[in-house]
Design a protein around this ligand. Structure first.
Ligand SMILES: [Zn+2]
Length: 358
């Protein structure tokens, strides 16, 4: 089934380049920071803000009187204060692991600056490249598990699963959108969405893939590692499930197809064949990408068959990524770190892009 893919994002990036070059020139003139910074004998900890902004084409300006650093990227603004670890990204306040520091005329930011400030700001950290125009993936539904009254896995008084997965999902959203894929989120705030509702959102979106993000837990605290779940063969009882039938009718209407039992049966059969094979392929590519990402541990062969509601009641290829075990002490301490969540989002995005461009 082919869907029209708009190249408007790519065009808008192209049209933005001359404007960006002009603004950079203006800022360089203002700052007079033409040459590369000299190598210092006692290089202070942290990364040079200039270097990091140059790398990602982020415009930045520092007011030496107020000590305010203003970042600009594609019309989005972010403000930070030298000496403070609090950064305003849009309307959201983010606290970094260390304050911004100034050494002579150079400003240094802590290591989590990329993941904490630039990624949610819309900067394509990790340089994934773009989805090819011939790609089979144009729209993806990202489903951050749990939310609202449903906190998901909770370990001690620490962070809830619902918070971790929403953050990973939002980071994944930025990465995929920057790669030219349209993203539909089942939730982008801390609200409760029922499982059937999530599959309804997926069916109405006309998406090509469904990715659910979760965090695992186990009684045995030594169990750790990322796992990607998918539905194997679609069983008869799954096909007959009320929610699935309803989603199929929604999909049929979106195609302007005749709402007849025969058409539905043919369609269902086509979708099921497509779904099981492609879900497995996608799961394997996400696992491969995670395995290639330094710091991410994959559990065993990384893929598992499952029968989860959102996976069996969506019609498009679907996977559920259990990003790690909150019950495992080591993985818990990684999952609460924004830098690690960015790594996870990048690994999942890389896997999706490999699938899309295959
Ligand atoms: Zn979960």
């Amino acid at each position: 089934m082919s869907r029209k893919h708009s190249g408007s994002r790519f065009k808008s990036i192209l049209s933005w380049i001359p404007a960006f070059a002009g603004m950079t020139m203006m800022l360089l003139t203002l700052h007079g920071c033409g040459g590369r910074p000299a190598i210092m004998v006692n290089q202070p900890a942290g990364i040079s803000l200039k270097e990091i902004c140059d790398r990602y084409h982020v415009l930045w300006q520092w007011d030496s009187v107020s000590q305010v650093v203003t970042l600009e990227y594609k019309g989005n603004q972010s403000k930070a204060l030298v000496g403070s670890s609090t950064v305003l990204v849009g309307k959201q306040q983010i606290v970094l692991s260390a304050p911004l520091r100034r050494e002579r005329s150079m400003i240094f930011v802590p290591e989590d600056f990329e993941a904490q400030v630039l990624a949610p700001f819309g900067v394509p950290i990790g340089g994934l490249g773009a989805v090819e125009s011939s790609s089979r993936v144009h729209t993806i539904v990202i489903d951050a598990g749990h939310g609202g009254k449903d906190r998901g896995t909770i370990v001690g008084s620490g962070t809830d699963e619902k918070e971790i997965v929403l953050d990973v999902a939002k980071r994944l959203e930025v990465l995929l959108e920057n790669a030219g894929i349209k993203v539909v989120m089942t939730r982008d705030t801390d609200n409760f969405i029922s499982l059937p509702q999530r599959t309804v959102i997926a069916s109405r979106s006309g998406a090509d893939l469904f990715i659910s993000i979760h965090v695992n837990s186990n009684k045995d605290h030594s169990v750790n590692g990322l796992l990607v779940y998918y539905l194997g063969a679609v069983a008869r009882r799954d096909v007959m499930e009320t929610q699935r039938r309803s989603n199929e009718r929604t999909f049929l209407r979106s195609l302007n197809a005749v709402d007849s039992a025969t058409v539905l049966a043919i369609l269902t059969d086509m979708m099921d064949t497509l779904k099981s094979g492609h879900s497995q392929k996608l799961a394997k590519l996400i696992v491969r990408s995670a395995r290639e990402t330094e710091g991410i541990k994959v559990r065993g062969d990384g893929v598992r068959l499952c029968h989860f509601f959102v996976v069996r009641n969506t019609l498009m290829p679907a996977v559920l990524v259990e990003t790690g075990f909150l019950s495992n002490h080591q993985e818990h301490s990684k999952l609460v770190m924004p830098t690690y969540r960015q790594k996870l989002a990048q690994a999942v995005a890389r896997g999706i892009l490999d699938y899309a461009n295959e």
